[in-house]
Design a protein around this ligand. Structure first.
Ligand code: GLU
Length: 644
């Protein structure tokens, strides 16, 4: 996004001192590096990133604001997000001696201001974190939970047993889950960070109060939501200007959201989970104020909020060509599906004797499509927030080898591909069980990545589900409530086949969010992820494959035209594929291509951010060059001569 904040900040000199605290990653072995994480320098709260200054692209030797570019190399740590202001907030935290957890939380909070339709206090998300001190990858599950009163039939009409209308549920209190994002922030800081929540949220509060400059994307997103926002007078008051989107170039301030951040800073997250902010969330979601339109209320109670916990979970761990791949476990399907896709790509290489790197673009994408569709078939059947998900089997090379036997280099398998049996007995070429339709998932979200100079890594995807969430703004607090509960399947995907993703009491809806970290020989190597509903899984996998196998530079792996095969009747393809020879070659193999589902108006899929560690204390941050208006990749100390 190209929003820049609305004012210029004078930066204090003490930050230069912070640069020499501790030894840089390059000079220390991993263990010692981790131990050298400095205590946070006694410091004022990080100042806002706010600045309209623009520089040509080089490091000028001063702690100053960085340009909005899709790739930047250098030292001192790195941040990549979709938004310049947010990336700058993270860089400022790193520059002042904060670590990756501190910067991830501060960046996420800033995204809550500048990307309020995709992320924020009212939503949830997943963090995968490599803690260089502990030399361990762990995850935090900040997914929203359903009310305790929910049942498997909460999204059906009691008189007919049929699924409720999807759009009606989206724009209602019934879709609102207990927000997990503030709890995740607090836990990430407690477990891995050095800053208090008070300090980590200070830049976001300032950004909300002082405002940012509206860009085309923000204006377009507002305009696209104007009709449904108008149903909720508080949402219209906060986000619309005379019922319309604010003008491009105008300053957008959200003093109510500044108050929300201030409340969290001064009262802690108990303000949400046990206090006045929480009471406002409960009241508004149960009985939304409307313009007179009839809108369903939800079932959240203070008891649900009090019961909420962000959870530490072991990551999904798989290996791919000598790299350790860590992803998000249940209730996200992201880590499992990415692992299965990579395992399948490896299995196809073994089965055919032809490496992915040696393939034409069309043959590569054919393999990628088959692998993705297969992984979606399996995750739809087996993955949800239920006990007994066969994680080890789904992510095992042996299961992938069995699933790969159906692969034909010349021909696409008919969709939907039947799901497999991850039962540990992989001697035959199993044809698969039943074929299931593709469930619907929303199209919003944001991903950010951070590496600090000590080698800790944050890969963090956060969302309020659909762009604009439920459309309901919490009165007086300026943030939108999620509609994450619509990620549950309303009715079983296939009658008679168990569906792990039906709603239930306190249950977390299945996600596709795929924050991913790759280590190489125990060292940070790559952090990557994307927004985009179910296309998150394919965008993340395609970027990893593009970088590792197709030998693209990181930014080119991000830039590459995307294909998203999710086992539906057609697969999403961006224009370069859809309208070119690669698309023709794919069609000749039987693929049914359609514009990418993630953003039908512009046919873009995903908005990846990534960082790779280059060694010797240097980093390469990368982001989208054009999708969603381009992302913002930054390092603390850019190289004088950037080589892209
Ligand atoms: N709710 C989706 C998920 O958890 C993310 C929404 C999106 O990216 O659009 O997978």
């Amino acid at each position: 996004m190209s929003r820049s904040s609305a004012r210029t900040t004078t930066r204090s000199r003490w930050v230069l001192g912070a640069l020499v605290v501790g030894l840089p990653l390059s000079l220390l072995p991993a263990t010692a590096t981790a131990g050298a994480t400095p205590a946070p320098t006694p410091s004022p709260a990080p100042s806002s990133s706010a600045s309209t200054s623009r520089h040509g692209g080089g490091w000028h030797g001063h702690p100053t604001d960085l340009p909005k570019v899709p790739v930047m190399k250098g030292g001192g740590g790195a941040v990549s997000s979709v938004d310049r202001d947010a990336s700058q907030v993270g860089i400022d935290v790193l520059r002042r001696g904060g670590n990756a957890a501190d910067a991830a939380v501060a960046t996420a909070a800033a995204l809550g201001v500048t990307e309020p339709y995709s992320t924020g206090i009212g939503g949830g998300g997943f963090l995968v974190y490599y803690d260089a001190r502990a030399r361990r990858v762990s995850t935090i599950d900040g997914r929203e939970t359903a009310p305790a009163t929910f049942t498997s039939k909460s999204f059906t009409d009691p008189s007919t047993g049929k699924a409720l209308d999807f759009t009606t549920v989206v724009n209602s209190g019934l879709s609102v889950g207990v927000p997990g994002t503030p709890a995740l922030w607090a836990k990430a800081l407690r477990d891995h960070g050095t800053l208090s929540l008070n300090r980590a949220l200070a830049p976001a509060e300032q950004l909300a109060r002082q405002g940012f400059v509206v860009d085309q994307t923000f204006a377009d997103q507002t305009a696209a939501n104007a009709a449904r926002f108008s149903v909720f007078p508080e949402t219209a008051r906060v986000f619309l200007r005379d019922g319309k989107a604010p003008a491009v170039g105008s300053t957008f301030r959200n003093p109510d959201m500044a108050k929300a951040y201030r409340t969290l800073r001064t009262q802690g997250v108990s303000a949400l989970y046990a206090g006045s902010m929480g009471r406002a969330v409960v009241a508004e979601s149960r009985s939304p104020h409307t313009d007179g339109s009839s809108v369903m209320g939800g079932q959240l109670t203070m008891r649900d909020l009090r019961a909420y916990r962000a959870l530490t979970k072991a990551p999904i761990h798989s290996s791919y060509k000598g790299f350790d791949v860590f992803g998000m476990p249940v209730p996200s399907s992201g880590g499992i599906a990415v692992a299965e896709i990579l395992n399948l790509m490896r299995a196809y290489e073994k089965a055919t004797g032809v490496r992915t790197s040696a393939l034409s673009e069309a043959d590569y994408l054919h393999r990628f499509s088959e692998a993705s569709a297969t992984a979606f078939a399996d995750r739809n059947r087996w993955v949800g927030d239920v006990p007994g998900v066969p994680v080890r089997q789904l992510t095992s090379p042996a299961f992938a080898a069995e699933r790969a036997c159906l692969f034909d280099p010349a021909k696409a398998q008919p969709r939907p591909i039947p799901f497999g049996s991850p039962d540990g007995r992989y001697t035959s070429c199993a044809p698969g069980k039943a074929a299931q339709p593709e469930p619907y998932e929303g199209l919003s979200t944001s991903h950010l990545t951070v590496m600090d100079r000590w080698g800790s890594v944050a890969s963090y995807t956060l969302t309020i589900e659909q762009t604009g969430g439920s459309g309901i703004t919490v009165p007086g607090y300026g943030f939108l409530l999620n509609n994450e509960l619509t990620d549950f399947n309303f009715t079983p995907l296939t009658p008679g086949v168990p569906d792990p993703n039906l709603p239930g009491p306190g249950k977390r809806p299945r996600s596709s969010m795929s924050p991913t970290i790759l280590l190489h020989e125990g060292r940070p190597f790559l952090a990557v992820g994307s927004p985009g509903g179910a296309t998150i899984i394919t965008s993340t996998s395609q970027t990893i494959l593009g970088y590792l196998d197709r030998r693209l530079s990181l930014v080119d792996a991000i830039r590459a035209p995307r294909l998203s095969s999710r086992n539906g009747s057609s697969e999403g393809a961006e224009p370069q594929i859809l309208d070119g020879p690669v698309g023709a070659a794919l069609r000749a193999k039987g693929h049914v291509l359609a514009p990418g589902a993630a953003a039908p108006a512009v046919n873009e899929i995903g908005a990846v951010t990534a960082i790779r560690y280059l060694g010797h204390g240097r980093f390469e941050a990368a982001a989208e060059t054009t999708r969603r208006g381009g992302g913002s990749a930054m390092v603390v100390q850019p190289s004088r001569h950037q080589r892209h």
